[in-house]
Ligand binder design. Structure first.
Ligand code: PLP
Length: 507
């Protein structure tokens, strides 16, 4: 900041408060709503706050009244004497560019930023970008011109009124054009908002833009309302689109929770092992990648080749087991491997950490809909269903569990089915009978027909377990009034090799 300004401050120090309080007619319009403007600036400050140019301490007083960790940095000795006396705070010596703080959540300034040239403004904002926390912000209350014509018009009008002191000030100090500030904000990774408070003053808020990382894309999946199917008049049907998780299925929630819980319990050294039809393996592979762990998965060989390719791409090692012996054989081999090597057996089919992984799914649905009258979810390990039913049944939600023909929940014999991802060979240990209001056993034909219907009517490209869940939801819709939620665990594209869009007669 140039030395001329230090002379300006020396002069200003003694009559600044008179000007902001309206005793200087030339500055009446500049400060007409000063208390309101300061209040609006101060109310937005949060966390560790640095105020640049506190001057005579008027904004500082409002900031001190909030629960902030506040540092005030002031270059002018004359202003400092007045400001410190008024606020009781000790000001640090420094200015917008020369100061010693190294982190902040809020940087705030009133009627001082214009002392920097546009080049210096850019330098200052660039420095603040590295000093501010992730959601940090810069709050600048100061004179700003919307455009060049407006500036010229204001100067002309105040010249006519004979306010030559103000006009001189407007011409010589570095009041920026809005386009300059928006450019600086964009170049240094800030969003920009300006709220105009009087013909001169704007409150400018520059917020640090943050971007998600791929690992942030687990959970918070979209919930959509399905409107193209016939439903009873008092029913609304919502689908939770779990294919929007990073690895493309509901099982990303499981993989993340199983690995993180294993780590927290000190049970994981360097390898995880699991038996899976694929989606759990993908979820585990993502979690293992995040924590630099090896993953071995035992997969019945006839299961979707797409899922196996994806697991491999994410770093998993795949061991095929005999498809005719089902998941039971894959589980036996996974456990055997863990027993022999000390690898961490994720054990989705038995661990109580499986249902607990869906707490996030429950919380999201609750926040999205408030009250839910019926939940419909397929069962493979039955973790999704159990996690949701344990939380929703006590709230009065009707719970519907969905299986393909060939699954044993309804007492039928175990057998093969085309519908992939669901189907139970042994009653899951954590699935309590009293959590289930209804078991829907859906034929492969009905499930695959519904996959085609969902694509044709709603543009939704879902896997066959979603088709089965949808068929079940439509059967059950007559039992409730209100909101039905059906879980769609994954998408069609990982079943193309299994002719997902073909029904029985077309195969
Ligand atoms: C496509 C698909 N649908 C449904 C499920 C069933 O989920 P859960 O094991 O939680 O019962 C799975 C599980 O692997 C799946 O892959």
């Amino acid at each position: 900041m140039s030395l001329e300004f230090m002379d300006v401050f020396k002069e200003w120090a003694n009559h600044y408060d008179a000007a902001v309080e309206g005793h200087d007619p030339e500055y009446h319009d500049v400060f007409v709503n000063y208390p309101f403007m300061l209040k609006e600036a101060a109310k937005r400050a949060t966390g560790k706050t640095i105020e640049f140019g506190p001057g005579t301490g008027n904004l500082t007083l409002l900031l001190l009244a909030k629960d902030l960790e506040l540092t005030a940095i002031e270059p002018s000795p004359e202003m400092t004497i007045i400001g410190e006396k008024k606020t009781g705070l000790t000001f640090q010596k420094g200015d917008f560019l020369n100061f010693s703080a190294d982190s902040a959540d809020t940087i705030i300034s009133s009627f001082a930023f214009h002392h920097l040239t546009d080049e210096e403004k850019e330098k200052a904002i660039s420095r603040y970008a590295s000093l501010l926390s992730d959601h940090g912000q810069i709050i600048i209350l100061d004179t700003l011109f919307n455009n060049k014509q407006e500036k010229e018009e204001i100067i002309r009008s105040y010249t006519q009124q004979g306010h030559l002191g103000l006009v001189d000030n407007l011409k010589t100090e570095y009041y920026p054009l809005k386009e300059v500030m928006t450019g600086i904000a964009a170049r240094h990774g800030f969003s920009y908002e300006s709220i105009q408070f009087n013909p001169f003053a704007h409150l400018q808020i520059l917020k640090k833009k943050t971007f998600k990382k791929p690992t942030d894309l687990i959970g918070s999946t979209p919930l959509v309302e399905l409107t193209q199917f016939d439903l009873p008049a008092d029913v609304r049907l919502f689908a939770k689109l779990e294919m929007y998780n990073l690895g493309g299925s509901v099982k990303d929630r499981l993989g993340q929770n199983l690995v993180e819980t294993g780590i927290q319990q000190g049970l994981i050294q360097n390898e995880v092992v699991e038996a899976t039809a694929g989606n759990t393996g993908i979820g585990l592979a993502l979690a293992c990648q995040k924590y630099d762990l090896k993953l071995k998965v035992f997969v019945p060989e006839k299961f979707s080749v797409e899922k196996q390719e994806i697991m491999r791409a994410l770093g998993a090692e795949i061991i095929h087991t005999d498809s005719s012996l089902g998941m039971v054989e894959a589980r036996r081999q996974a456990k055997d491997y863990a027993d022999k090597t000390g690898a961490y057996y994720a054990n989705q089919f038995e661990t109580a950490d499986n249902p607990a992984s869906y707490d996030s799914l429950y919380q999201e649905l609750k926040n999205e809909l408030g009250s839910i009258q019926m939940i419909v979810a397929g069962a493979g390990s039955a973790g999704t269903f159990t996690g949701l039913a344990e939380r929703m049944k006590p709230e009065g939600t009707r719970t519907v569990i969905v299986e393909p023909e060939g699954s044993i929940l309804n007492g039928g014999p175990s057998g093969s089915h085309r519908t992939e991802g669901i189907g139970v060979e042994v009653w899951p240990p954590f699935l309590k009978h009293d959590l289930i209001d209804s078991i829907e056993t859906i034929s492969d034909d009905d499930a695959f027909h519904m996959v085609k219907e969902l694509a044709a009517k709603e543009g939704l490209l879902v896997g066959s377990s979603s088709g089965a869940a949808m068929a079940a939801a439509l059967h059950q819709a007559k039992h409730v009034q209100g909101n039905i939620v059906v879980i769609f665990p994954d998408a069609s594209d990982r079943y193309i090799s299994q002719q997902i869009f073909k029904s029985k007669g077309e195969l």
